[in-house]
Design a protein around this ligand. Structure first.
Ligand SMILES: [Zn+2]
Length: 252
């Protein structure tokens, strides 16, 4: 699809711009962000980043409004009246620590965030889909939004995990492309929804260790290269503890 009026001055990386805008629309329609919340970035071939602008709703942002920044966060190109997302540092730390990823999505998924406010970790071996996709979903300790505390809060966990809950705030998911990072956000919130409903219905128990081991073997077989340790919350997957996240809140 081409939109000539929008392409003026933004011919570069047009398909990538479309990928970001599609994920922005999905994220907004799925209520994983509201108003002007959230931001999405992607790595360009030259190492710079394409990122959503600050203060523009992901429901309405357009391809020509995306901004190119360097790896220090300086604006290199984009509309003069727009600046890059206020959470640039959160994105930069992901690219700095993960040369295997090319996209970052920051959102405010309501159920996942509610778990962090209630002090209940989602880093438990409950859902096979979570183990296969993520290994686990750790929670990073609270950091004040728009300050250095926020990127600092994920430094330890982003190295081994593709999906992190930011306590009382939102989420970070990373992927090999924009769709991959966005789908991880959807899966994270879906897992939180299922866990929430299960907790309303009764006691939530982890999978047996033999099954967790099996799932981790499948994970390795399909090429996840050992990233994303299983949780250290349920007490049944201790062989993966050394690489698991150190700072998730304990279940209360
Ligand atoms: Zn946020």
């Amino acid at each position: 699809m081409t939109t000539p009026s929008l392409r003026v001055g933004t011919e570069d990386h047009w398909e990538l711009r479309q990928d970001i805008i599609l994920a922005c629309r999905m994220m907004y329609q799925q209520k994983l962000v509201t108003a002007t919340d959230g931001n999405i970035s992607a790595r360009l071939p030259d190492g710079n980043l394409l990122i959503t602008p600050s203060g523009v709703s992901k429901g309405f942002v357009t391809e020509d409004q995306l901004i190119i920044i360097d790896r220090k966060g300086n604006k290199l190109a984009g509309a003069p009246n727009l600046r890059a997302s206020s959470e640039i540092q959160l994105h930069l730390v992901c690219y700095d620590l993960r040369d295997d990823i090319d996209a970052v999505v920051h959102a405010h998924p309501p159920t996942a965030v509610a778990f962090s406010i209630a002090g209940i970790s989602l880093a438990q071996c409950v859902l096979p889909e979570v183990i296969l996709t993520f290994g686990s979903i750790p929670t990073a300790h609270y950091g004040t939004p728009s300050t250095k505390e926020l990127p600092d809060s994920i430094v330890n966990t982003i190295v081994t995990n593709d999906a992190i809950i930011l306590e009382r705030h939102g989420s970070v998911t990373v992927g090999t492309n924009v769709q991959d990072a966005y789908f991880k956000l959807e899966k994270m919130e879906h897992a939180a929804e299922i866990t929430y409903r299960a907790r309303m219905l009764g006691r939530v128990t982890p999978l047996p260790k033999t099954e967790v081991d099996r799932l981790m073997q499948i994970r390795r077989d399909i090429g996840f290269k050992g990233r994303a340790a299983v949780c250290n919350e349920c007490g049944i997957c201790s062989d993966a503890v050394e690489a698991s996240e150190p700072n998730a809140p304990r279940e209360v």
